[in-house]
Write a protein that binds this ligand. Structure first.
Ligand code: F6P
Length: 321
C-alpha cells in the first residue's frame, strides 16, 4: 500500500506534526509514503518527495509546513484535477491524505468524485471553521500568538490612554476574535457572526467610554460585516474624533511560530487516525476530535456551512469586559 500526503491552502502551526504522525504511522504498518510539495499545485506538476520515519524527524516543533503549500487556481479547473489524479495514479498512491482547510477539502471532494481517488482530510486551519472537529490544527497556536500581541498593544494603549482597533484573522469566522478578545480582556469584540450594525457598535462604545478606563481595546475579526478595522475606524472618526484612535492589523504573524503543545498533540492524534481510517477501508472522510474523542465525518459535510461560535462565550464577554 502507498499513500500520498499534502498540505494545502493557508499554512497553520502543527501541519508538520500531522505530516510526521501520518508518515510514521504509515511506516509502522509497512505502508509507503510519498509527500507532495506545494499542495495541489505540486500534485498537478508531479512534485513528489519520498517520506519515511527518518525524513520527518525534528519537525514536530516547527511552524509552517515542510511540504510547502499553495493556493492553486489550476486545480479549480477539470483539466488541472485530471492531471493531479493521473500523477497520483502514476506514483501508485492508493489514498491521498490532504491536510488543510475548507478550500483543501472542497478540492479533495471534487477530486474524489471525478476520479475515484480515496481522500482523507486532516483539519488544519487557524480559522477553526470546519465542521467535524471541535478544533482545527493551528487554531490554539494562533490564539496564543494573537493574545500575546494584544497584551503588548494593551501596554502601549494604557501608556497613551488610547483606543485601539485590533484586527485578527478569520476570513469568514470569528473564533480567533472571540477567544483572543476574552483572553485579553478586550472591551469590545466584533465578529462576523454578531451581525452588529454600526449604530449598535457606536452606542456600545459610548457606554464603554463613559467608564473611566486607561485604555480601550476593540478586537475585530477580519471577516466582520462592517469591513474590518480600517473601515470601522473611518466610521467611528466622526463621533469619536476626540479619542486618540489607532488601528493594528495583526495579519500573518498569527499563522507562524512553533505550535503549542495542544496543537502538537491534536496533530499527532489526527495524523495517526487518518492512517488508521485508511487501513480500515474508510474513504472520503475527515478525521476530527469532538468531546476529546476521535471521530470521522464525510469530507463533503465538513465545509461550506457555518460552524457556530459559542454564543454563551460572547454573552459572558459582554458581562466581564
Ligand atoms: O484561512 C486562513 C487564513 O489565514 C485566513 O484567516 C485569512 O483570511 C487567509 O488565510 C489569508 O490568506 P493568504 O495568506 O492567502 O492571504
Amino acid at each position: 500500500m502507498k499513500i500520498a500526503i499534502l498540505t494545502s491552502g493557508g499554512d497553520s502551526p502543527g501541519m508538520n506534526a500531522a505530516v510526521r504522525a501520518a508518515a510514521r504511522t504509515a511506516s509502522h504498518y509497512g505502508i509507503d509514503v510519498v509527500g507532495v510539495m506545494f499542495g495541489y499545485r505540486g500534485l498537478i506538476k508531479g512534485d513528489f518527495v519520498d517520506l519515511d520515519r527518518n525524513s520527518v524527524s525534528g519537525i514536530i516543533q516547527r511552524g509552517g509546513t515542510v511540504l510547502k503549500t499553495a493556493r492553486s487556481e489550476e486545480f479549480m479547473k477539470p483539466e488541472g484535477r485530471a492531471k493531479a489524479a493521473e500523477n497520483l495514479k502514476s506514483v501508485g498512491a492508493d489514498a491521498l491524505v490532504a491536510i488543510g482547510g475548507d478550500g483543501t477539502f472542497r478540492g479533495a471532494t471534487i477530486l474524489s468524485k471525478e476520479h475515484g481517488i480515496n481522500v482523507v482530510g486532516i483539519p488544519a486551519t487557524i480559522d477553526n471553521d470546519l465542521i467535524g472537529s471541535d478544533e482545527t490544527i493551528g487554531y490554539d497556536t494562533a490564539l496564543n500568538t494573537a493574545m500575546d500581541a494584544i497584551d503588548k498593544i494593551r501596554d502601549t494603549a494604557d501608556a497613551h490612554e488610547r483606543l485601539f482597533l485590533v484586527e485578527v484573522m478569520g476570513r469568514h469566522a470569528g473564533f480567533i476574535a472571540l477567544e483572543t478578545g476574552i483572553a485579553s480582556g478586550a472591551e469590545m469584540i466584533i465578529l462576523p457572526e454578531g451581525l452588529r450594525k454600526i449604530g449598535e457598535i457606536k452606542s456600545k462604545l459610548k457606554e464603554t467610554l463613559k467608564v473611566q478606563k486607561r485604555s480601550t481595546l476593540i478586537v475585530i475579526a477580519e471577516g466582520e460585516k462592517t469591513g474590518g478595522a480600517w473601515h470601522l475606524e473611518d466610521q467611528l472618526k466622526e463621533d469619536f474624533g476626540k479619542y486618540d484612535m489607532r488601528v493594528c492589523i495583526l495579519g500573518h504573524i498569527q499563522r507562524g511560530g512553533s505550535p503549542t503543545a495542544h496543537d502538537r498533540v491534536l496533530a499527532s492524534r489526527l495524523g495517526y487516525e487518518a492512517i488508521n481510517a485508511i487501513r480500515d477501508g474508510k474513504s472520503k472522510i475527515m478525521v476530527g476530535v469532538i468531546n476529546h474523542k476521535c471521530v470521522i465525518t464525510p469530507i463533503e459535510q465538513t465545509f461550506g456551512k457555518i460552524k457556530e461560535i459559542n454564543f454563551d462565550l460572547l454573552k459572558m464577554a459582554k458581562v466581564l469586559n
